[in-house]
Design a binder for this molecule. Sequence first.
Ligand code: GUN
Length: 293
Amino acid sequence: MSVLGVAMSLLDGKALSKKILASLALQVENFKNQYGRVPGLTVILVGEDPASAVYVRSKHKSCEKIGMKSEVLRFSDQITEDQLIEKIASLNQDAKVDGILVQLPLPEHIDTESVLAQVRYEKDVDGFHPFNSGRLLRGQDAMVPCTPLGVMELLAAHQIAVDGKDAVVIGKSNIVGKPMAALLMNAGATVSVCHSKTKDLATYCRHADLIVSAAGRPNLLTEDMVKDGAVVIDVGINRLDSGILVGDVQFDEVSKKCSWITPVPGGVGPMTIAMLLKNTLKAAQQFESLPKP
Ligand code: GUN
């Protein structure tokens, strides 16, 4: 219970994502009946990064669970940028592939931006292509990066209003921070984007109605930095030396002051995968709605 007497509630991403996956499974079935095929996602995994391998396996399993086609293409970290781009070009032309996801990070000798820009923007289910980033920033329909999209869905599902709120996003990555700020701005929030060079993070946070932390630093957000009744979304996934998975937020203390808070794990993480599948279905539906030659 907060000082204001506001009972804290959990934003349960695991429960919501289950509901979304069940709804997507039905939509995939309808798609199959209508078009005689199922939507297909192809994931490109380069190298042996253990965290990436875990994420990719989880994406693959979720696809299978809802009846979507999922293919994982694994490449050695010796693959050249040209070889990778050639592979993407062939997937761009493949009508059975609706979504293409290049798992990040890529090895250092590969220019990530050049590779991401090669993915056909209609198949860019990660929303990382500059065309989609531009459209998102302009408030137009776009493929939206999955993690920030999942955060917006969590808020909407719990009727948490964003319009007119003061929001702080911690982190300015292309994957989370920047698209998160754009989505919140588009939804009517006043958004401050803080990052590792921000002089006084606590001052920004103390004024915020909504805080989204995507810094990747355990215990970054402490009780003294959070206003009573604030909504706190923890996008951080940090593995401690003990093996325990924690977010950026000191959950036990901060949760006493919040109106809503996401747990880690079980908050934003499961929503990210649900949004990837949602984007893949959207790409497939948009492809099928194009005039056929
Ligand atoms: N690596 C960490 N998060 C992501 C993500 O959302 N998409 C991709 N492609 N790679 C990632």
